[in-house]
Ligand binder design. Structure first.
Ligand code: PEP
Ligand code: MG
Length: 540
């Protein structure tokens, strides 16, 4: 038996044989084209055909799994139309006299390498999209290239070095019971699709793909990222039990409108995490009781200027209106050189993960914070809004942020702009320091939200995105659990609400721990909301 730990990207447990979706990477030799004109014509034709295919795929995806996923293929169209990508292909044809296939392959390699080298996890995840459009173009240029890997004939866990969004969408749900990949991340489009399609998935398994054996028995736990190869009988029966915790979609549908309350009457609120406004339809479809974490960084991404007050106000207001009085917790933008934000020039840092980020960055750039606070205070008139501060390590940071909030409200009122006088201000407990001084922070915060992702990373000094540390990066490590306990005790003592919003919130096996501590709410990916509600309702 071999236990490995990857990154959980799509919830659910699967037990079955491994199927290695062996895919020979396309290696296109440099061959001369007929003429530059002819090869460019072929590229243009393939590009047009690819766009038609992608439009059709986007429409189908909209029907099958909704707007968010359909946007993935709209993004692929935008990438195909990107001038830099197209110019790179043309240059290879013109300068090297290459055939269209080589130029498309080579430009794809260059762009994939560029994305793979990016600091920011979100941008790194775009590598699979570049691969995807490259394969599509290659296949259109020459049907022998870029073909989809063959799927299993009987029910199996598909393992692959990595999967593209198109490959996930093409998976046959009657045979593919889970997906294991060596490379990828939670924010990749392939992971988003796997979640929407309900396929359990674990990525970054930290084991060489070549070491995996076809037909080996495997357990995949898409809630925690645990993978067990050749499990013994005891482990198998443990997971069979956990698998029974899962239920069919029809069963889950029956839970709409029902509270997450144990048989003994203990109540837990289950909220959804979102990245962007376009996540709203899946949140509404998930019947979440609110939004426990809106990571607002997406507002700052892929643009050349900062989002203004009016733009942010419109986004927050629209989300609050759609949530119809259900709570929405907006995290102030967690900016810093650890994220790829093109509209901001960050100073070079030796160690961005421990750099000027989160609340530290906001307090150093009060103008950016002020714009966000003003927009939030105005939007707060349209629903139940709370603000959450990331990366807090001291009481002073909270005091300063509160002073900024007060000042923003005062200025709005002085101008006669309608707004709320104040909103609840919460602290993310995601640094070990914040957990250790949680008693002091609870005096200056209106609520706590425990970010187990960052908390695990800093407590265990294990980079959460480094696949070779994936066994070390364990949110069930006693040190992490102890810090969670301390934070919850401090919140209880001070009488303020406390929620958990990191990935550990979605693990059904952790529910007992949270309920016993008295955690008030969990905030998880929309796809996990009903599943957790069901498990809570069956507990005592
Ligand atoms: C966390 O750290 O648990 C969290 C929810 O925030 P993020 O994943 O954005 O760091
Ligand atoms: Mg965090």
């Amino acid at each position: 038996m071999k236990k490995i730990r990857g990154i959980a990207t799509s919830g659910g447990v699967a037990v079955g044989p491994l199927f290695l979706a062996e895919e020979k990477p396309d290696q296109i030799p440099l061959r001369a084209g007929k003429s530059a004109g002819e090869e460019l014509r072929r590229v243009n034709q393939a590009r047009e055909q690819a766009e038609e295919q992608l439009s059709a795929l986007s429409a189908q995806t909209m029907e099958r799994v909704g707007r968010e996923c359909s946007m993935i293929f709209q993004i692929h169209i935008m990438m195909l139309e990107d001038d830099d990508y197209y110019d790179a292909i043309c240059r290879i044809i013109q300068k090297q006299g290459a055939c269209a296939e080589y130029a498309v392959w080579k430009a794809g390699r260059q762009f994939a390498a560029m994305f793979a080298g990016m600091e920011d996890e979100y941008m790194r995840a775009r590598m699979a999209d570049v691969e995807d459009i490259g394969k599509r173009m290659l296949h259109l240029l020459n049907p022998a290239l870029g073909a989809m890997p063959r799927g299993p004939e009987k029910r199996a866990v598909v393992a692959a070095p990595f999967v593209t969004p198109s490959q996930v969408l093409a998976m046959d749900r009657s045979t593919v019971i889970a997906v294991l990949t060596q490379g990828g991340s939670r924010s990749s489009h392939s992971a988003i699709l796997a979640r929407a399609l309900g396929i359990p998935a674990v990525t970054a398994i930290g084991v060489e793909y070549s070491q995996l054996k076809n037909e080996a028995a495997v357990i995949v736990d898409g809630f925690t990222g645990d993978v067990v190869i050749d499990p013994d009988e005891k482990t198998l029966s443990l997971y069979r039990g956990k698998k029974q915790l899962q239920s069919s979609r029809e069963e889950l549908e029956k839970l709409r409108g029902k509270p997450a309350q144990t048989l003994g009457g203990r109540r837990l609120h289950i909220y959804a995490n979102i990245w962007k406004q376009s996540d709203l339809p899946i949140v509404l479809a998930s019947d979440a009781e609110g939004i426990g974490l809106f990571r607002t960084e997406s507002l700052y991404r892929d643009r050349t200027s900062l989002p203004g007050e009016e733009e942010q106000f419109a986004v927050y207001r629209s989300i609050l209106e759609k949530m119809k009085g259900r709570p929405v917790t907006l995290r102030t933008a967690s900016l810093g050189s650890h994220r790829q934000i093109s509209c901001l020039a960050f100073a070079e840092e030796d160690n961005p993960a421990m750099g000027l980020r989160g609340i530290r960055y906001s307090l150093e750039h009060p103008d950016i914070l002020e714009t966000q606070l003003r927009a939030a205070l105005r939007a707060a008139l349209y629903g139940k809004l709370g603000l959450l501060l990331p990366m807090v390590t001291s009481e002073e940071e909270v005091r300063q942020a509160r002073a900024c909030l007060r000042e923003a409200a005062r200025a709005l009122q002085a101008e006669g702009t309608p707004c709320r006088e104040s909103v609840p201000l919460g602290v993310m407990i995601e640094t070990p320091a914040s957990a250790v001084i949680a008693g002091d922070l609870a005096k200056v915060a209106d609520f706590f939200s425990i970010g187990t992702n960052t908390l695990t990373q800093y407590t265990l000094a294990a980079d959460r995105s480094n696949p070779s540390l994936s066994t070390l990066y364990d949110f069930r490590h006693p040190a992490v659990l102890q810090l969670v306990r301390e934070a919850v005790f401090a919140a209880k003592n001070a009488g303020i609400p406390v929620s958990v919003c990191g990935d550990a919130a979605a693990d059904p096996l952790m529910l007992d721990f949270y309920l016993n501590l008295g955690v008030n709410a969990l905030s998880v990916a929309p796809s996990s909301v009903l599943e957790l509600r069901r498990v809570v309702r069956e507990m005592h």
